[in-house]
Design a protein around this ligand. Structure first.
Ligand SMILES: [Fe+2]
Length: 264
């Protein structure tokens, strides 16, 4: 979140509205068309229920305030445009206030299948459906609360819990796996890979294990954690996560199952 961006943030006009070009709307349209069909098959039912509630157009990039108008009465969350990358301190602060920071740019056609930096498609199509769910919304705000209480040196420990659930979590459903995390539902290739491939390892949801699992942002994940249902996350939110981080630190990170470039 704090490394240098390859993209330039879009700036809102005097009415707070971001004006996208027809070329940018066309990228949204193509991503939406592909992922709408793909999520119907590979995404978790809780994600799909949220997707159906939101005013997302196939034709053009939604405005953040339109999504907020839908989220607010459901879970009290809002969506606010931010520069392409923000620091962890600001990120956690915003989550603690039930404000989802949405990067405003949209990926280029070269990054169509996966973009390391979060773009507006990832933020709106991937994240906001889950924020309609009270359990998921509560878990997200709790990560923000905890992140606002820890030292910067501890951010990377907490962010693993965010990464392996909100970004790349799987759930059990229909005797198989379905994608829950926004990094999956917004990725044309990793959505299918995470659910169907025999290559990645799928581990049972366990907060302590997650805190100790390193990851890379630039590859399809070699490990996914699988929750039974959203209630697992609601219960995780009630844990002593500050104590969990201290315990995880004393136990240390697991050995990576990948080559170590870009370890987080
Ligand atoms: Fe994200």
């Amino acid at each position: 979140m704090s490394k240098r961006s390859n993209y330039i943030a879009k700036t809102p006009d005097h009415k707070g509205v971001i004006n996208y070009t027809e070329h940018e709307h066309a990228i949204w349209r193509d991503l939406y068309t592909q992922q709408f069909e793909s999520t119907a098959k590979y995404a978790a039912s809780s994600y799909l229920a949220g997707q159906a509630l939101l005013p997302m157009s196939e034709q053009c990039i939604p405005k953040c305030h339109e999504i907020t108008e839908c989220l607010m009465p459901l879970t009290g969350w809002s969506v606010t445009p931010v520069p392409a990358l923000i620091g962890f301190a600001e990120f956690f602060q915003m989550l603690s206030k039930k404000t989802f920071p949405a990067a405003s740019f949209i990926r280029s056609r070269e990054d169509f299948d996966y973009v390391e930096e979060p773009d507006i498609f990832h933020e709106i199509f991937g994240h906001t459906p889950l924020l309609t769910d009270p359990g998921f919304a509560h878990f997200s705000a709790r990560i923000g609360d905890i992140g606002s209480q820890i030292a910067p040196a501890d951010y990377s420990w907490l962010i693993r819990l965010y990464w392996f659930t909100i970004e790349f979590g799987l759930s059990k459903q229909d005797n198989g796996y379905k994608a829950l995390g926004s990094g999956l539902t917004s990725s044309p290739t990793e959505l299918i890979y995470s659910v169907s491939s025999t290559v990645p390892e799928r581990r049972e949801f366990n907060v302590m294990d997650i805190l100790r699992t390193p990851y890379r942002i630039d590859i399809h994940q070699p490990i996914y954690y699988v929750i039974d249902n959203i209630n697992d996350l609601f219960q995780a939110a009630e844990r002593d996560l500050l104590g969990d981080i201290k315990r995880a630190q004393s136990l240390g990170l697991f050995e990576p199952t990948y080559t170590t470039a870009c370890q987080a």
